[in-house]
Design a protein around this ligand. Structure first.
Ligand SMILES: Cc1cc2nc3c(=O)[nH]c(=O)nc-3n(C[C@H](O)[C@H](O)[C@H](O)COP(=O)(O)OP(=O)(O)OC[C@H]3O[C@@H](n4cnc5c(N)ncnc54)[C@H](O)[C@@H]3O)c2cc1C
Length: 464
């Protein structure tokens, strides 16, 4: 069988694979990408980030129409079905696939459709594509196979009312009631989406609080607003059984509680896509979550086999996956842009949105850092009053002696954009990363960026 030779073979065409492939190709390497889906973009484009964010945007517009009194001249509040809002997501997915396919073509990256598995440390078999079985030889290999929902065996995911975060995109009606099990980022985001469509949502959290990695005040605000929007949040509950019948699904919890809903959505955990990769043929062993260990150059224990993106675990974000893939290939081509990604902002697209970067109050207190807090509430900002998005807050944490910016925590409309202004200052060297920047700089008015000036002044006023 013919063997096709490449400098770099990348497995997976999600953000990590794309970042790795494009960087290597731009440095003149001969690059192949193997992808088992019929289109590029990865789970990010087809199952995760893009569809969920497009859904959320459509739902936000519906909420705006239904709650803003200005629109009552046009018509009464209206509810849209889930399949109807999904059309918005499909439109965006199509556009993303088109543009990303062009990247591969323009950069002369060969795309192989099919499932990749290692024959040995350099040779990879591709099966299931149009050309039957093919073998690629890569001097260097990047594993960027992503992740999928973790599905416990005692839940029947073949039942037509039991979904996970992938299969929910096939939901062909709007349930009246929905149980979401798992209150991580994905569970909380879907709770916002469904409650925004008028669905009665029970959000079951096996943990003690929502998104406990967030600053406490922000996590509390999320709990408050989810409840305020109609989500019933139950903490410290583990499932005992999930049983679907013709009319709905019954969730029995270890605490003895039983609840029933029209549909059930499992959002509890993800697993790396490392099975069927033939890793046993090259002596690589994933951990119990299917993830691969890498060093701080994205190398596995085989020096010419790299891994990036969800398959290596933290932070399991598309934002970081792209940079990790790009950096893995910076290591291969030895350019000046290698970066081991450690500092990633959180962007959580609940309603309201949440974003943060840097340390939390709890972390600073634990580390005995003398910090101070500056806050700005969206309800007091002219721009928020104009747009009507007055729910929200920007909180700056800074060192009370050096004024160094230590943490930025924001919730409310556009939080994931707003955080980047502070992130840019936080990453400045030496004395340039202080909150004084926000009072010594003139921002456009009215903007949400004004929140930085208000929060900085509020914080500086606390210094004595
Ligand atoms: C509901 C949801 C919402 C999310 N929202 C956000 C968000 O708002 N922001 C954010 O930054 N992140 C978000 N994420 C996370 C984000 O989607 C992932 O971090 C990102 O997709 C990881 O990129 P990746 O390239 O590592 O893998 P993926 O995007 O998973 O791509 C990997 C590709 O490899 C393919 N593949 C796997 N095995 C093989 C094989 N053996 N042979 C060939 N191909 C193979 C897969 O089919 C897939 O196409 C969300 C995830 C979910 C599920």
């Amino acid at each position: 069988m013919a063997e096709y030779r490449y400098d770099v073979v990348v497995i997976g065409a999600g953000p990590a694979g794309e970042g790795a492939a494009m960087n290597a190709a731009k440095h003149g390497k001969r690059v192949a990408v193997i992808e088992d889906k019929s289109q590029v973009g990865g789970n990010c484009t087809h199952m995760g980030t893009i569809p969920s964010k497009a859904l959320r945007h459509a739902v936000k517009q519906i909420i705006q129409f239904n709650t803003n009194t200005m629109f009552r001249d046009i018509g009464e509040p209206r509810w849209f079905s889930f399949p109807r809002v999904l059309q918005n997501a499909e439109r965006v997915i199509g556009k993303q696939v088109k543009i990303r396919t062009q990247f591969y073509a323009r950069n002369r990256v060969d795309l192989y459709r099919g499932r990749a598995s290692f024959i040995d440390e350099n040779r990879i078999e591709v099966r299931g594509g149009l050309n039957g079985k093919e073998v690629l030889y890569g001097k260097q290999v990047v594993i960027a196979t992503g992740s999928r929902p973790y599905l416990p065996e005692d839940v029947d995911f073949t039942h037509r009312r039991i979904y996970n975060s992938d299969s929910i995109l096939k939901l062909s009606h709007t349930p009246r009631t929905l149980i979401i099990y798992g209150a991580g980022v994905i569970g909380c985001e879907y709770a916002s989406i469904f409650v925004g469509l008028g669905v009665k949502v029970d959000l079951i959290n096996p943990g003690e609080r929502l998104l406990s990695f967030l600053d406490g005040e922000i996590s509390d605000a999320l709990s408050y607003h989810l409840r305020d929007n109609g989500v019933l949040v139950r903490h410290n509950e583990q499932y005992d059984s999930v049983v679907g019948d013709d009319h709905g699904v019954v969730l029995t919890m270890k605490s003895g509680k039983r609840i029933r809903a029209d549909a059930f959505l499992w959002c509890n955990g993800r697993t790396g896509n490392t099975d069927n990769l033939g890793l046993e043929n090259i002596g690589l062993e994933p951990n119990a979550r299917g993830q691969l260990a890498v060093d701080n150059h994205y190398r596995t224990k085989i020096p010419h086999v790299f891994a990036a993106g969800d398959v290596i675990g933290w932070p399991s974000l598309a934002s970081a996956a792209y940079d990790q893939g790009r950096s893995a290939s910076s290591e291969i081509v030895k350019d000046d842009f290698f970066r081991f990604i450690t500092d990633v902002p959180t962007g959580i697209y609940t309603i309201p949105e949440i974003s943060s970067v840097g340390r939390t109050e709890a972390e600073l207190t634990e580390a005995k850092v003398p910090y101070e807090v500056g806050q700005a509430f969206f309800k007091d900002l002219a721009r928020a009053q104009i747009t009507g998005d007055t729910v929200g807050m920007l909180k700056l944490l800074f060192h009370r002696e050096t004024m160094e910016l230590l943490g930025i925590h924001c919730f409310g409309d556009q939080a994931s954009e707003i955080v980047h202004i502070g992130q840019a200052i936080m990453n400045q060297p030496g004395e340039l990363n202080t909150i004084e920047y926000f009072v010594n700089t003139t921002f456009n008015y009215p903007t949400m960026a004004e929140a930085y000036r208000v929060a900085a002044l509020n914080g500086l006023n606390r210094i004595f």
